[in-house]
Design a binder for this molecule. Sequence first.
Ligand SMILES: NC(=O)c1ccc[n+]([C@@H]2O[C@H](COP(=O)([O-])OP(=O)(O)OC[C@H]3O[C@@H](n4cnc5c(N)ncnc54)[C@H](O)[C@@H]3O)[C@@H](O)[C@H]2O)c1
Length: 265
Amino acid sequence: MTRQAPARGKLSDRLAGKVAVVTGAGSGIGEGCAKMFARHGACAAAVDIDRAALERARTELKEEGLDFAIRQADLTDPGAVGDLVAGIGAEFGRIDVLVNAAAVADFVWIEEMDYERHWRRTLAGELDTVFLMCKAAWPHLAAGGSDASIVNLASVNAYVALKGSAALAHTAGKGGVLSMTRQLAMEGAPHGIRVNSISPGMIVTGATKPVLEKPEFVAAVKEKLMLDRLGQPEDIAWMAVYLASDESTYVTGADFRVDGGALAW
Ligand SMILES: NC(=O)c1ccc[n+]([C@@H]2O[C@H](COP(=O)([O-])OP(=O)(O)OC[C@H]3O[C@@H](n4cnc5c(N)ncnc54)[C@H](O)[C@@H]3O)[C@@H](O)[C@H]2O)c1
């Protein structure tokens, strides 16, 4: 199964007029989403804890003749998140879309898992980042009265365990993101906020690069796939564009598995 040629430059106006905040935009899926949103006409604010990574991503996007704003913040810090979102709201005048892709997780077998260093850090890195951004952005998203969209990144690990992957804390975090999405969708509906999640399979990113260097791990992952390739950030970004756009105004509380068929057999 071949993938389509990488998209570059301005592609459409599917997100024209929308102000989108994309977290984790310094790497992988968040970076893929932030760049893709710019290609589809959104005014994007790209957020990450890593400023150098944001600057690299922005430089690459500028080579396509496009741009986004960059903002550095630690999204596990409630004060920093409050300042970040207030600043974006004031500067851009509105927030229509929030993509929560920032996360950090420790993959450790239970025997070695340390409560603070691994368990708490992963739950803060996967759940606090989503909760704090949703909470801070909520009044801005609600202010428009309709057509606001939150896109959370869950995972196939919210559904299944992968043999050989020490994903205990990650499964708890992503199971939480999956169920938070449904609850937020219910709470958001009266305010015109739709909330959906994407559950990626194995996507080639900075986070997965170390494990994907192990051929036996790649073989175990591919064994689970219907399509004979690993995913790329753009595979997820295309789904995020749909969920952020007016094409999906009847879609909320849903999870979209973008996983090469991994969960289907
Ligand atoms: N890559 C995969 O195979 C895969 C599969 C399923 C789900 N996911 C999910 O998709 C999302 C993106 O994953 P990825 O593989 O692109 O990860 P990545 O590590 O490549 O990128 C994550 C980015 O988030 C940033 N970040 C982490 N903690 C932060 C914080 N506290 N504040 C601000 N920025 C922070 C990092 O600096 C990094 O740039 C995550 O939620 C991840 O759990 C990824």
